[in-house]
Design a protein around this ligand. Structure first.
Ligand code: ADP
Length: 361
């Protein structure tokens, strides 16, 4: 540890080590504590005071165990004080603002007495990112494995003789195709999402006539809606505009309208509307479907979250559509939100910044 080396050299030459020590630890952004032989804290920098003072007032002159209740850290400090051993431990602070630290404990001689210097490196963000990454990987593996298992099982059935079963072989091939298509859709959505999240997607905004875009989406999705008797209603005035990237707006609305059809009831309806405000344009997609439980409403924009897994899989969802919509809305400087009541249906709103005095090109 560089600071301790300097201090020891200074102490040997008879310089004012405590003054230098205070300057050094106060210059550090990481929380630092200096602990004396009796394990009392004799110095702390302001970062340490901010992190550890919570609820207990001043931390100087208190015992380390009063301020931080952690056996590993306590043992590392004792090793440093008694045997001049340097070591590293991990510390997790629970509470309303949980934090994770890598801590480094180094022996330090001050006024001929053994002391320990503890530096805390905040790794909360890294830990969180690591957890998100692990969850994402395990979700992807799980999502890909389900259709793949089914494909392998049906290929085996065909190999075992079902290929000559005229009544069923087409059906088996169909199942294989559906599952392969599912994997394909999933991989396409994962790639799309990672592209958007990496910030490599640029948005080219311009004034757009939203009604025409919605008409096109309705045409593309009509076979889905017709089979379930769902009426598609476009209530947007022909000249109403929104400022957006045409491809990305279409992508957002396609995802929302597709969901509104998928999670609707037989013979229900989907209504798309637009409210033009001074600063914001709000496009709404309302359905007459089963609705979303209040406790699920803030989670549906998370990657892979599905309120009803088997239902969502049955209707062919990847669980990534709304995460993509959320990112695209934010790229536009806007936001997406949901209002839903069970059995009453759901309304998704995409809010986009508006510019005044523009007309569609
Ligand atoms: P999926 O591919 O499953 O549709 P999404 O990210 O688009 O994935 O949606 C996530 C989940 O949110 C869905 O699985 C469903 O549970 C819920 N959801 C989305 N849209 C609606 C809707 N219009 N009505 C009811 N539930 C919905």
């Amino acid at each position: 540890m560089i600071a301790t080396d300097i201090l020891e050299k200074m102490a040997e030459s008879g310089a004012d080590t405590s003054g230098l020590l205070t300057t050094v630890i106060n210059a550090l952004r990481e929380p630092v504590l200096i602990v004396e032989k009796s394990t009392r804290i004799i110095a702390a920098n302001s970062a340490a005071r901010n992190v550890f003072r919570r609820g207990i007032g001043d931390i100087e002159r208190r015992r380390l165990s009063e301020v931080i209740r952690d056996l590993d850290l306590h043992a590392a400090v004792l090793r440093s004080l008694q045997h001049a051993n340097a070591s590293e431990t991990q510390l997790e602070l629970l509470g309303t603002d949980p934090r994770n630290f890598d801590t480094s404990v180094s022996p330090l001689v001050l006024n001929d007495e053994p002391h320990a210097m503890v530096v805390f490196y905040d790794i909360t963000r890294l830990e969180r990112l690591e957890r998100v990454r692990q969850e994402f990987l395990s979700n992807i593996s799980h999502e890909l494995r389900t259709p793949l298992t089914s494909i392998l099982a049906f290929v085996e059935t065909l190999e075992d003789g079902a290929i000559d079963d005229k009544d069923n072989n087409r059906h088996f091939l169909n199942v294989i195709r559906r599952n392969a298509e599912r994997m394909n859709a999933l991989i396409a959505d994962i790639l799309e999402l990672s592209l958007i999240e990496s910030g490599k997607v640029s948005i080219e905004k311009r004034p757009l006539r939203v009604a025409a875009i919605v008409d096109d989406i309705f045409t593309n999705l009509s076979s889905k809606s017709v089979t379930r008797g769902i009426a598609l209603r476009n209530h947007i005035a022909a000249d109403a505009i929104a400022i957006a990237d045409p491809t990305r707006l279409e992508q957002m609305l396609t995802n929302l309208i597709d969901n509104a059809i998928k999670f609707n009831r037989q013979d229900g309806s989907v209504t798309v509307d637009l409210q033009a405000g001074e600063t914001r344009t709000i496009i709404t997609v309302a359905d007459t479907g089963e609705g979303i439980l209040p406790e699920h409403q803030h989670r549906i924009f998370e990657r892979f979250f599905r309120a009803d897994r088997s239902r969502a899989r049955e209707v062919g969802g990847t669980g990534l559509g709304l995460a993509i919509v959320k990112h695209l809305a934010r790229l536009h400087g806007g936001e997406v939100s949901v209002i839903s009541r069970l059995t009453d249906g759901t309304v998704f709103s995409v809010e986009l910044p508006a510019e005044q005095g523009v007309s569609p090109r």
